[in-house]
Write a protein that binds this ligand. Structure first.
Ligand SMILES: C[S@@+](CC[C@H](N)C(=O)[O-])C[C@H]1O[C@@H](n2cnc3c(N)ncnc32)[C@H](O)[C@@H]1O
Length: 265
């Protein structure tokens, strides 16, 4: 109940501060919104990923899940059914299309994803033509195994699935030996975790990378993390939508947080 009220407050504030594409003065931002964020075309490359998403959402089998710190579960390990768990964590079809489109538009080759869950978003990203490798990390072992099995079945050979707690990964500076073009953080939804994970991935990003933070209006805490991160000098342009935010490192943009009135439904 408290979280619901908090979210309504965040929504009202964001909605009235957000703008339409016509307020985007930079040509890059205007075209990016038109061609990527608001692109309504349905890529056929995603058909099997969307079928897999449907399968997961209707899978009534039980799974033992480890709560890694953000779900507010009473127990650390609990049993639930896959369908119920997926309903609370999977991206919408529109968000999956957006992921696919942004990668194609920017020609992203290497990606790190924090929070694979059942691997639906990972698989959607892996379908984009430019993608060479995606490292995706999931801490809950049974969920990781489920995703890994799906990656194999669907021949997603450009995905490197890792079963680890991200809190441990970010303690090891050299965990990843190469720079990446895109990072997606969609794991532990707490202020401390998001700020800490961002600090870690900054070291892996080049001058033309993007960071996508999910659920930036999920709670006051998550929104506080977003507000802190957009102030970081490492990021220039940021686009704040309802469900997620995108941050660019390119110095060819002037520093700006553009609140774009977009809900992925
Ligand atoms: C919202 S879901 C990810 C959804 C997925 N990206 C998608 O759209 O299909 C978040 C996932 O992050 C995992 N997670 C949360 N905290 C983690 C941590 N500290 N280490 C590893 N995984 C974590 C959870 O187990 C959960 O499966």
């Amino acid at each position: 109940m408290k979280r619901k009220i908090e979210r309504i407050g965040l929504f009202v504030k964001w909605f009235f501060a957000s703008k339409t594409v016509h307020s985007a003065h930079s040509p890059f931002l205007y075209n990016f919104i038109k061609d990527v964020i608001s692109n309504k075309k349905k890529p056929t490359h995603l058909d099997d990923v969307l079928n897999y998403r449907k399968e997961v959402l209707s899978d009534k089998s039980l799974i033992e899940v480890e709560d890694l710190g953000s779900g507010g579960q009473k127990q650390k390990i609990y049993k639930t059914n896959i369908s119920k768990h997926a309903q609370n964590s999977l991206k919408s079809k529109a968000e999956l299309r957006f992921f696919y489109n942004i990668i194609n538009y920017l020609g992203v080759e290497k990606i790190i994803e924090f929070g694979s869950s059942f691997g639906v978003s990972t698989m959607a990203m892996s379908r984009a033509d430019s993608v060479a490798k995606i490292y995706t990390i999931e801490g809950s072992e049974n969920i990781y195994l489920y995703a890994q099995n799906a990656f194999k079945k669907m021949n997603a050979e450009n995905i490197v699935a890792i079963n680890a707690n991200i809190d441990d990964v970010v303690k090891q500076k050299d965990y990843f030996s190469e720079k990446v073009d895109m990072v997606v953080i969609d794991a532990n939804h707490t202020y401390d975790a998001v700020v800490k994970y961002t600090e870690f991935v900054k070291g892996l990003m080049s001058e033309n990378s993007i960071l996508i933070l999910d659920d930036i209006h999920w709670s006051k805490d998550m929104n506080k993390a977003w507000r802190k991160i957009i102030e970081d000098e490492c990021f220039t342009l940021s686009i704040e939508m309802w469900q997620m935010g995108i941050l660019f490192t390119s110095t060819s943009f002037s520093k700006q947080n553009f609140k774009y009135r977009k809900l992925f439904l």
